[in-house]
Write a protein that binds this ligand. Sequence first.
Ligand code: MN
Length: 333
Amino acid sequence: MKNLIIFPDFHSTLKEPFHLAQKEFLKYVKTVYTLNKDYILLSLGDFFDKYNPEPKLVSEAIHFLENETECEHIILAGNNTHEVNNLTGQYAIQNLEALERIKCIYEIRRMQIDNLNILLIPAIPDKVWRKQEYKSFQEYLEMKIATEYNDMEFDYVFGHLNITESMFSDFVNIDFINCKKENIICGHIHNKFLGSVLPMSIADTKYTSQIASINTETKAIEKFPIPQFLQYNQVTYPNDCELTETDGQFTYYNYFEVLCEDSKIAEKYYKDKYGKGFCIYKFMNPNKNVINEKEEGRINEQLSNKDYLKLYCQTNTVRASIYKYLDKKLGAN
Ligand SMILES: [Mn+2]
């Protein structure tokens, strides 16, 4: 008998305060589970936050997996920029695949663990199914699963898929898979299923993230809430604040929205006072309602889509043909 422990999108990064809060999460996991040979850890994808994780981050991940656990690990490939370098086709989790107890999953596959018959569906880059001449990811999934598994019944399906909403363009319907609806558990959409290990944006803070544990003999599942090791808080300049809070056992990190009239003055004030540990995700001017987004990669609301695209292409690797195509699509404004 084993315990299959499933944790949601990890988004491992060196960016603070995420990095410190993620270390706290790993400490928590080790406190709750012994992670010996009776366990299997399954990550639902977006293990790294970006497709080119820094060597320091990769070595920390390797250290945790190799030296701080004795269990096997199954890691599903995540989506887009969190996983795949479009130019080279390399996956971020390929950095881990040489480790002995790690199985990185890039393709749809079935797995039998004791009594448990499971289907794993990682995120699959468009390039992969397009090359095989499928018209859509939906068609690819249906054909693959029908051909390889006919109408096999699965106890659980684990994926990195968007199967419940239509606001993202990558929605797929997997009702055709022979598995109880409640036993289909996916990463990717952070407000569904198990969520994400940390709230990656303020929108994620509305949901309680969970870890699931499945007994491979009885097939019973239990879910446990993950403590919020990263909290989004507000401070009004020049008031004092707490960078971290503790319950004696774990540390909880604060990520601040700063209410101030001048973001430069407020930022200098807090950095001088608290040092690098003071992390700001947003400035807000309470009088003018002007928002200056600090969060990397978030849309700067003062820029038009075209300008934002230009800025994005200056700081990221984007093919000239793709830039031209998108620029044209955004029209003349
Ligand atoms: Mn994610």
